[in-house]
Design a protein around this ligand. Structure first.
Ligand code: DPP
Ligand code: ZN
Length: 875
């Protein structure tokens, strides 16, 4: 496999003005006839260049130019390219290919899932359908004819507007779709199947009525309400917050069971993984409801940030993904609890993304090179990309940011553009210089801010000294300083102090004068605050204003003040995590969990404080996760960390037993389920309390879990109770698992949760359970959701069992990767990620992990996906 470089980008030699596709879907094979109106690109460097079309795994039936069949001598093939040497400056290319969607297990291109045909073309799946210029800067107007058996496939869908639908002889029907918006091939979609539909409508800000349809299997008709509501909310929100209106009369969503990603934003025909669209209280957890809301909005928002304005090349992927994640996060924040959403996002960033930045696959949000683009749908491109847009929002403020986004959409509507175009629009609209800020696009790695503070009693000044650095990453030994917005406040005995900054020009005014955003731009920089009447505790990186690791040597007393008094919810929570970390570190050092009395007190107080958001209380009580601890304690002793963390949790549970019980009872409720922020918060706190109490191994608490499991009607409480039981020595657990299976065996998404809860059990013997479950009739290795629920959860989220000292789980993972390498390379290379982190662990573990990576690399037929990840991990 070869490496592709951003610096090699050239404009396309040819353009495709229109694309006409005819699909004849069959049980054995499918025929695809394309007619492309092509011409030489006047902007191309070389006007006599041969035509090179992308295509892979295709059976070519015929090829003609302007109606004349080409002889074999007139074209050749090389790798994924079909080359035709002599073509006129403008011509019509016709091509027929034959595909076998039934045998397509890669779930890329055209394939079958539960009896229905569907497509996934991003990033480069269209070349598995027909020969084409499969690159995002070639945009074309598509017309699509679909012919299929009308009994088996009564619903035939593609992008845009339905032009006609007719019955044909021999039991077939034909529909024709036309999409007036030119689009790249990656946004093409086709669906054919026996589907039921939920209908609704949305009236846009200019009074146009849009038909909204969600297509699902008949049995899932009762699980579409939440997605439909989320869609309508997202459509309204995009009008109100970004001034973006929907542009066609129809918007379709289709749910499919077998899907590599969460969902796909194909123009007017979004295809969703069932896990990201179906929801009802009995089968879906609160987190599931929130996922549906977020993903539906994300894909809808792509209609502007992605489809109307798309990416010039795949190195610009974060242009649409980072911006769209930023948009969907703001939407979810507006729909629910902003602080909780922020804490969840930061948690993901600080565990998964910081780990990626520190590992062998580290890449800037705009990478310089890749082997396989599918490997770059990463937390860096998505979540760090969103943080970078968020920093622009912070630096510009909401009004100028909106001016910038308006300019970006106006200037580039209908174009395929770059991250640079986005930054330029923001600069042009605001007049704010983002030159240095661009380092966020080109440099990989997590910047570190070392901050210290000195209070001078005499002069009443407080000086914050900030040093920034960024560790080397593959190919980038040296980093230039970043422009970092650092939001700060100073917390006194009685609350926030007014801020008076020396040399104020450089900093950004915020609503009141007790919070400032400092522009950190040098390697070392001092900020001096005047007229500070008492020694303050600095509240730093408020709202997590930049994706950095911030180090400040807080004392316990300072952290306690922040945890009790900081008005910034993120910083309060962060202080709670820092205090928890100190407890865990001391448990590691002393091999005992003797908690500091002040820590117990502050936890007791927040537990009793009913004025606080219950979700925040839950988050503050939960100790830093093992994944987060693995990012800050080096080298990572997985078992030591696990034992210490569990002992601290147990000690806390013991000290606060009564308060936890009282809290549990207070949060109980009989009201009808609703996925509101308030109810979600209460369930979260209740289940956090239950999981603490269960650590005490007292019968009465086990009974509590048993009764919650037996009597809850919603999946959130039911699954939380089941998880507590599975991780305990309760006798009832086998029966509970059995009952749960029997009740839900007809609901694949629930069975996935059943797999996952067992895969995540931290008790010994889980690998054996996972292996047994792989032979369970409900498991299917061809279904990505099941692979993720069982194998992915075990290897990625069950540290103690994955890192068993004999290396058995490493071997197990390598075996699964090799198996999936053949059937579904994208899923194989995703699954592999935990092994790539080998350098973080103790020497014995490193050696075993390394050996498994070598074993994978020695396999003869590695996909480019797996090859890239393994070879980079071993470098
Ligand atoms: N479907 C994926 C997403 O929306 C890739 N575009 O993020
Ligand atoms: Zn996206």
């Amino acid at each position: 496999p070869s490496t592709i470089f951003l610096s090699d980008y050239r404009v396309p030699d040819f353009l495709i003005d229109s694309t006409h596709l005819q699909f004849e879907l069959g049980e054995d094979s499918t025929s695809v006839c394309s007619v492309l109106a092509m011409r030489r690109n006047p902007d191309a460097a070389e006007q006599g260049a041969p035509l090179k079309l992308h295509g892979t795994e295709l059976e070519l039936i015929s090829l003609a130019i302007d109606g004349r069949q080409l002889s074999d001598a007139e074209w050749s093939q090389s790798g994924e390219e079909l080359i035709i040497d002599n073509v006129p400056s403008s011509f019509s290319l016709s091509c027929e290919t034959r595909l076998r969607p039934q045998e397509n297990t890669s779930l890329e291109g055209l394939y079958k899932s539960s009896g229905m045909f569907c497509t996934q073309c991003e990033a480069e799946g269209f070349r598995k359908i027909t020969y084409y210029l499969d690159r995002p800067d070639v945009m074309s107007v598509f017309t699509v004819e679909i012919i299929a058996d009308k009994e088996r496939y009564p619903v035939l869908l593609s992008n845009g507007n339905l032009m006609s639908s007719e019955e044909q002889a021999s039991g077939k029907s034909k529909t024709v779709w036309h999409d007036p918006f030119p689009k790249p091939a990656y946004l093409f979609a086709l669906v054919a199947g026996k589907l039921a539909v939920v209908d609704d409508q949305f009236v846009t800000m200019n009074g146009r009525c849009v038909d909204l349809k969600i297509y699902v299997e008949e049995k899932d008709l009762d699980k579409c309400d939440h997605a439909m509501l989320s869609l309508k909310n997202a459509m309204r929100w995009d009008e109100e917050v970004y001034g973006r209106e929907y542009d066609l009369d129809i918007f379709n969503i289709v749910a499919v069971d077998d899907f590599n990603m969460g969902a796909m934003e194909n123009k007017s025909l979004n295809i969703f993984n069932t896990s990201c669209v179906l929801a009802k209280p009995e089968t879906t957890t609160d987190a599931g409801f929130q996922r549906v809301e977020g993903v539906v909005a994300h894909e809808y928002f792509h209609n502007w940030s992605g489809n109307r304005v798309t990416c010039r090349d795949w190195f610009q992927l974060s242009l649409k993904e980072g911006f769209t994640v930023f948009r969907d996060a703001a939407f979810s924040s507006d729909m629910g609890s902003p602080t909780v959403k922020r804490v969840e996002d930061v948690t993901l960033l600080r565990t998964a993304q910081f780990a990626e930045d520190a590992g062998p696959m580290a890449h800037p949000i705009r990478p310089d090179s890749f082997i396989e683009i599918s490997n770059f749908y990463t937390v860096t491109i998505y979540e760090k990309g969103a943080e970078v847009v968020r920093m622009i929002h912070t630096l510009l403020g909401p009004e100028l940011f909106r001016k910038g986004s308006d300019l970006y959409f106006d200037r580039h509507d209908g174009q395929a553009v770059t991250c640079e175009d986005f930054v330029l629009a923001m600069e042009d609209a605001s007049g704010i210089d983002l030159q240095q800020f661009r380092n966020w696009y080109s440099q990989a790695g997590t910047p570190q801010l070392m901050v210290s503070g000195v209070y001078d009693e005499q002069t009443k000044t407080y000086t914050l000294s900030v040093k920034q650095s960024c560790p080397a990453t593959p190919g980038q030994p040296q980093k230039a300083p970043y422009h970092i917005p650092l939001a700060v406040a100073l917390i006194g005995e009685a609350g926030q102090l007014p801020l008076n900054l020396d040399g104020v020009e450089a900093d950004i005014e915020t609503a009141d004068n007790t919070e400032r955003v400092l522009n950190v731009s040098l390697a070392e920089q001092d900020f001096v605050f005047k007229d500070v009447e008492e020694e303050p505790v600095p509240s730093l990186l408020r709202g997590f204003s930049a994706p950095v690791k911030l180090v400040f040597d807080y004392s316990r007393a300072q952290l306690l003040r922040l945890m009790r008094n900081d008005s910034d919810g993120f910083c309060r929570w962060d202080a709670s995590q820092h205090l928890g970390l100190l407890e865990i570190k001391s448990a590691i050092a002393t091999q005992a969990a003797l908690l500091e009395p002040e820590y117990i007190d502050v936890c007791r107080d927040i537990l009793a404080d009913t004025s606080l958001d219950a979700a925040m209380v839950a988050l503050m009580l939960q100790l830093p996760s093992e994944a987060y601890l693995a990012e800050i304690i080096h080298p990572v002793d997985v078992h030591g960390i696990h034992l210490a963390r569990e002992s601290v949790r147990k000690a806390l549970a013991n000290a606060l037993k009564d308060e936890l019980m009282a809290c549990y009872s207070r949060c109980q409720s009989n009201e009808e389920y609703a996925a509101t922020a308030e109810q979600i918060a209460r369930r979260s706190l209740k289940n956090t309390a239950l999981s603490f109490l269960m650590l005490l191994q007292e019968d009465r608490f086990t009974q509590l879990a048993v009764s919650q499991f037996d009597t809850s009607s919603n999946m959130t409480d039911r699954l939380a109770a089941l998880s507590c039981l599975v991780n305990s020595d309760a006798e009832y657990k086998a029966e509970a698992l059995q009952l749960f299976y029997q009740q839900w065996q007809h609901e694949p998404l629930v069975i996935n949760q059943w797999f996952q809860v067992q895969a995540m059990c931290h008790l010994p013997g889980t690998l054996k359970t996972v292996k047994e479950l792989m032979s369970h009739p409900a498991f299917d290795i061809r279904n990505p959701n099941k692979v993720r629920a069982l194998i992915g959860a075990f290897c990625g989220q069950n540290g103690v069992n994955f890192h068993s000292e004999d290396g058995a789980a490493y071997r197990f993972l390598a075996d699964q990767v090799l198996l999936l390498n053949r059937s579904n390379p994208q899923i194989a290379s995703r699954l592999l990620v935990p092994l790539t982190k080998w350098r973080k662990y103790l020497p014995a573990a490193q050696k075993l992990m390394y050996a498994e990576l070598e074993r994978i690399l020695s396999e003869p037929e590695l996909s480019s996906d797996v090859y890239e990840v393994v070879s980079k991990s071993l470098q």
